[in-house]
Design a protein around this ligand. Structure first.
Ligand SMILES: *Cc1c(COP(=O)(O)O)cnc(C)c1O
Length: 428
């Protein structure tokens, strides 16, 4: 018999709508289906047993879209490439943060991005994208998609409204536009792209037979400090390897959006086989319980670290959203779109590559590694590491110079982090 007193899908107590952080430990999980276990077990199984042949037939009819799910009819479990309890519960919980109808989890951020782009782009289409974007995404857009007849056209994240409108004056781009893809804040410069403006442009260039979609990679600020669906985006993407996973111990990705769009993404995911496994799903369920705690602590630490860096004579410039002032050209975007500055800081060290390397080589508490968003603080050199594949001229234009270092701030003690930065800067 059930020992739970309420539906696992209830999000209210009386009139009160519960916040996601209160629901991360229980939402969508029914202990009575798992021997009363408080925690969701790892369903490490490839396949599921049907109660009868008729039931198996019914599940397949629904999952392959041969008929609609009846009222009150549950789609049962079939095979772990199609569905698995760890993934289903995780997807329900992830959707709460972004206010999405549905989400889909993948075995990497790149699996989420590539599966989503392959779902919605077809030969002849144009995908307009902000620059810079994550290196893997850049390669997908510029090297892989053109082999399928899909044309990428970039616009600068620095002055994005003007740059995007300029591009859309081109008749050929307008005629074939299928998607506006953006990553904001941009990595590693923290430039902001106006999501609502992208949505407005997409709407203006949609045709009755073809809706232009807006997809936003929300890895840097989401889901706590930026929720793109609320600003008109159609699809939100994550490398869950970063803040969502948060412990540098798992690679995973997420796509979120409306039921209609996510149905298409999930069909593609089933066929490409890019879904996450149950163990990855379970790790992310665990991570979600502390997502807010971690992101708040990282953001608090970053503020102290950024203030210290801004006042240091060996630091030429600090790129940090918490320092955006009203006279900054992207101030209004920050105010309407972001609810916090997050934990990513880039700095220009006085000098060049040699000085930046000396600084990196002397760090002791910070780890010298790419990736971001985890409990431990990380430091890396974009020009020779994460962005070394970008054309050198384009890299300069994006402001990614030899003197730039990118920091991801963790949950350590802020004064310990500052002590580490201070001694490493002294060595420069
Ligand atoms: C890391 C990252 C990705 C790729 O995610 P993986 O999990 O490494 O596949 C995509 N976008 C952004 C912004 C990232 O930081």
């Amino acid at each position: 018999m059930s020992n739970s007193h309420h539906s696992p899908y209830s999000t209210r107590i009386g009139d009160r709508e519960l916040r996601p952080e209160s629901l991360m430990m229980s939402y969508g999980y029914r202990p009575e289906l798992s021997e009363g276990a408080l925690k969701c077990p790892i369903f490490q199984t490839s396949t599921f047993v049907f109660n009868s042949a008729e039931e198996g037939k019914a599940f397949f009819e629904i999952v392959y879209g041969r008929r609609q799910q009846g009222p009150g009819e549950e789609l049962g479990l079939i095979y772990s490439r199609l569905n698995n309890p760890d993934l289903e519960i995780l997807e329900e919980r992830l959707a709460l943060w972004d206010g999405a109808e549905k989400s889909a989890v993948f075995e990497s951020g790149m699996a989420a991005i590539s599966t989503t782009l392959l779902t919605f782009l077809r030969p002849g289409d144009v995908v307009v994208h902000s620059e810079p974007v994550y290196g893997g995404t850049d390669f997908l857009l510029k090297q892989i998609l053109p082999q399928f007849g899909i044309r990428p056209v970039g616009f600068s994240a620095r002055d994005s409204r003007k740059a995007l409108e300029q591009l859309l004056l081109d008749r050929e781009i307008r005629r074939h536009l299928a998607m506006i893809y953006t990553e904001t804040p941009a990595n590693p410069t923290n430039d902001l792209v106006d999501i609502a403006h992208c949505a407005q442009m997409a709407q203006e260039h949609s045709r009755p037979d073809r809706r232009v979609l807006v997809a936003v990679d929300n890895t840097f600020l989401g889901p706590l400090w930026q929720q793109p669906l609320k600003h008109g985006a159609d699809l939100v993407l994550y490398s869950a390897t970063k803040y969502i996973g948060g412990h540098s111990d798992v690679i995973a990705g997420v796509c979120l959006g409306s039921q209609e769009l996510m149905g298409q993404v999930k069909t593609m995911r089933t066929i490409l086989g890019t879904m996450a496994g149950p163990w990855t799903g379970w790790l992310l369920l665990r991570s979600l319980e502390t997502l807010k705690l971690r992101m708040v602590a990282q953001t608090e630490n970053a503020r102290q670290v950024a203030d210290f860096l801004a006042s240091h004579p060996k630091v030429e410039r600090v790129y940090y959203l918490g320092h955006i002032q009203p006279d900054h050209p992207q101030y209004d975007i920050y105010r309407k779109q972001c609810t916090g500055p997050g934990g990513m800081i880039s700095v220009d060290i006085v000098g060049g590559e040699a000085e930046a390397f000396r600084f990196l080589n002397h760090l002791r508490l910070f780890h010298l590694a790419v990736s971001l968003g985890s409990t431990e603080s990380l430091a890396q050199h974009p020009a020779t590491m994460t962005h070394s594949d970008v054309d050198p001229e384009e890299r300069q234009e994006m402001g990614i110079t030899e003197k730039m270092v990118r920091l991801s701030i963790g949950v350590e003690d802020a004064e310990d982090l500052i002590a580490d930065l201070e001694q490493a800067l002294a060595a420069v």
